[in-house]
Design a protein around this ligand. Structure first.
Ligand code: AMP
Ligand code: TRP
Length: 342
């Protein structure tokens, strides 16, 4: 590998974020913050997964903008683009090639169980793209193309990582090889599923209808404060134990965000905030969120003003990723029995 020395002490991480609109607090807490914490101990590949983005319609200009913005968000959050491999999925054609093989390994029955497909396709399933349906095979290809061993993601991706394990295992069995590791999902910390600020039963996502539901990493300090102030709560004081959060989805969500942003457990923040009014706690939470996201936001702006620098980072990443992918795909093709091109 060119550039840095791999730190493959505990294994290889692969993870990705789709360039489908602005990054939000769920992406930051559920994914990016954990990546930053893990990057010292693993050999890491972080990918802007544009092939995944187009499983639903994306405006081409917006896709281009969001691709650079997600890369900028990764760097601004603290991902070191020199020590790690940060790249765009479509720059390494082997992802799509391996995805085809895995379409032939994955069983229809497995794909039919994927809850994300059911959610995203909605009622009018006939109109969903075929890509949305086979998306988990592409995700498995992303991870296994580099023999990834650990996949840090939010809770919503657990099922896809489990399917990746099934694909790896079936491939190894079918071809009598031990080519692929069985990658582990790494779903950790108090914020594995950040919920909408307006409705504690809905996941925070880019497609939330209310503009106050989602804190974006590009939000100004005023916008962050305003959204937290307006966040839905209940009429009670904050509880004195985690058990007291039972049936209080909004309170649980806000406390989980606070715990994640201050690197503490839910128990620890409940001990700090017990008996407080929401107004008092929200002021503390807003200060914390602004203190964490403010510098990231400023760094994202600085990077976005220099797209050539982002493109250089991504080119270097794609070159390194390609160097790793080419021999592994060759090994896979040999196992399948494809005639080598001489
Ligand atoms: P996406 O934006 O859907 O490509 O998601 C990128 C990463 O962010 C994945 O690891 C997701 O699991 C994670 N993620 C997205 N939304 C949330 C959320 N509301 N809470 C926690 N993690 C999330
Ligand atoms: N499917 C993930 C999401 O929607 C993004 C993703 C694509 C991914 N490929 C991956 C995550 C590989 C981890 C590993 O959030």
């Amino acid at each position: 590998m060119s550039g840095s020395t791999p730190r493959s002490t505990k294994g290889r991480i692969f993870s990705g974020i789709k360039p489908t609109g602005d990054l939000h607090l769920g992406n930051y807490i559920g994914a990016l913050r954990n990546w930053v914490a893990m990057q010292k101990d693993y050999d890491c590949m972080f990918c802007v997964v544009d092939l995944h983005a187009i499983t639903v319609w994306q405006d081409p200009k917006e896709l281009l903008r969001a691709t650079r913005e997600v890369a900028a968000g990764m760097v601004a959050s603290g991902i070191d683009p020199v020590e790690n491999i940060l790249f765009v999925q479509s720059h390494v054609a082997q992802h799509a090639e391996l995805a085809w093989l895995f379409n032939c390994v994955a069983r229809l029955g497995w794909l039919n169980r994927m809850t994300q497909f059911k959610d995203k396709a909605g009622k009018d399933r006939e109109k969903a793209s075929a890509g949305l349906y086979v998306y988990p095979a592409l995700m498995a290809a992303d991870i296994l193309l580099y023999k990834g061993t650990h996949v840090p993601v939010g809770e919503d991706q657990k099922q896809h990582v489990e399917l990746t394990r099934d694909i790896a295992q079936k491939f190894n069995n079918d071809f009598g090889v031990t080519l692929f590791p069985l990658p582990e999902p790494v779903i950790q910390g108090p914020g594995t599923r950040i919920m909408s600020l307006r409705d504690g039963t809905r996941k925070m996502s880019k497609s939330e209808p209310s503009e106050f539901a989602c804190i974006y990493m590009t939000d100004t300090a005023e916008a962050i404060r305003d959204k937290i102030k307006r966040a839905t709560t209940d009429p009670n004081l904050l509880p004195d134990s985690v058990a007291g959060l039972e049936g209080r989805a909004e309170a649980t969500n806000l406390l989980s965000i606070y715990a994640a942003l201050t690197d503490r457990t839910l128990e620890e923040v409940v001990a700090e905030t017990k008996g407080q009014q929401f107004s008092q706690f929200k002021a503390t939470l807003a200060d914390t969120a602004v203190a964490v996201l403010g510098p990231i936001n400023a760094e994202m702006k600085r990077l976005m003003a220099d797209p050539a620098e982002i493109d250089r980072i991504l080119k270097r990443g794609a070159d390194k990723a390609c160097d790793l992918a080419v021999p592994i795909l060759k090994e896979i093709y040999d196992a399948v029995g494809f005639l080598p091109r001489t």
